[in-house]
Design a protein around this ligand. Sequence first.
Ligand code: NAD
Ligand code: MN
Length: 476
Amino acid sequence: MELPTGLFIDGASRAAHGGGRTVLINPADEQPFAEVAAADESDIAAAVESAHRAWEGGWRDLAPGKRTEILFNVARKLREQVDEIGRIECLNIGKPIADARDEAGLGARVFEYYAGAVTKFFGQTIPVSRGGFDFTLRESMGVVAAIVPWNFPFPIACWKAAPALAAGNCVILKPASLSPLTALKLGEIAHAAGLPPGVLQVLPGSGSAIGDALVTHPLIRKISFTGSTEIGRHIMGLAARNLSRVSLELGGKSPNIVFADADWQRAADSSPMSVFANTGQDCCARSRMFVERSVFEPFVERFIAATRRIRVGDPTDDKTELGPMVSAGQRASVEEFIADARKQGSVVASGGGRTHAKGWYLDPTVLLGVGKGDRCWREEVFGPVVAIVPFDDEAEMLREVNDSPYGLSGSIWTSNLSRALRVSRAVQSGVLSVNCHNSVHVEAPFGGFKTSGLGRDLGMAAMEGYTELKNVYVAD
Ligand code: NAD
Ligand code: MN
């Protein structure tokens, strides 16, 4: 395994200008295993200027067919390295190897999709009332800052970079300081695949140290951010300065609604991984479960049995389903939530503690009797914790579902078609799944309502978000 160690600027790996370094620690054994350069403000300035030159100097005006060819080549090279990328992610953040490999493949598929989209993305001709000829153009913006979190580092980096590049922009990618490795790998691979220097640059570094400088740089035209609602709000405030465009993919507190008329056994078997996958560090985690009262008890029993079958352990083992949490701090914050739930009188029906002597492991935790005002009900835990409550009345349940500042994702289980459609329209969230838990499709828009975000990733909606819309009128 060859680990990147520098910043990726202007087509080459470099030390940080100020010599900054970040030590990376393997979450599975708590041992340091690598050091990576940490960018400072002068690195940001150099990279943004280089990106702007690359945009004006050619990427913006490259023939669409040529851009397609290069992006397909990136996708092909990513496919060749899916195993390597998976192994690196597994080591870096403790993600189970099978998941890490799947996510590497997803990243490649995202590049394939947007490589093909370059030549299938166009403006309109509009019959304006005064006659003449009116048409629209979708133009690139310039330099885009893509700021990504540590929970799905590689696919999120790809699903921001690929559409932005396909639309003709240059990209500065800032991975989370905990998870810089696969983003750097993406920069190297894309460059080796023919992406010109400066078109995609990768600058690891601490968000609190360099984030503001990146976001407010006058040559940054758009900020595409995935992370917490708190930092999203901060970034949107800063973006007001230059009226930079923003898209924000933020936190969630997603519901999982099981009606008694559903195949509730299948729901009970599959729902644990809808909240515990990636050790609960998932913005789409279905962390609030509403189960119709007539099946509540057998459902909970079966849900807990399925939870206890989940294989928690060594992330490098192909059979492992859940690895450790990403950091000691992240685990401590989840443990505080669990302690608060106990104090408020919730019942810990399964899990609640640590499973391993070494590594930042936490047992998947099932809470019953959580009050609707408790922290575990209202706030994003971002760890393997679910609260399951019974409901009697559909309308009252939907009021509770929507009584949340968030609105990202959710699942609905029912065999009644009218109910599925009615409830799908009633739930205030950007993404829903019926009789399954799939939130992410390369081809479909992904994003949130309310404080879960602004704008959309993936699908053609993401590509629109990386363009300006120009209207041209030609007199007769
Ligand atoms: P975070 O907000 O702490 O950090 C996200 C990124 O922002 C990191 O790269 C960080 O370094 C950077 N950052 C921090 N301060 C900054 C600043 N002042 N200016 C610019 N950048 C700054 O989030 P996290 O802890 O890495 O990730 C967990 C959060 O991400 C959760 O809330 C989760 O729900 C959310 N998330 C959302 C989605 C989605 O698509 N909606 C997907 C994954 C994660
Ligand atoms: Mn954070």
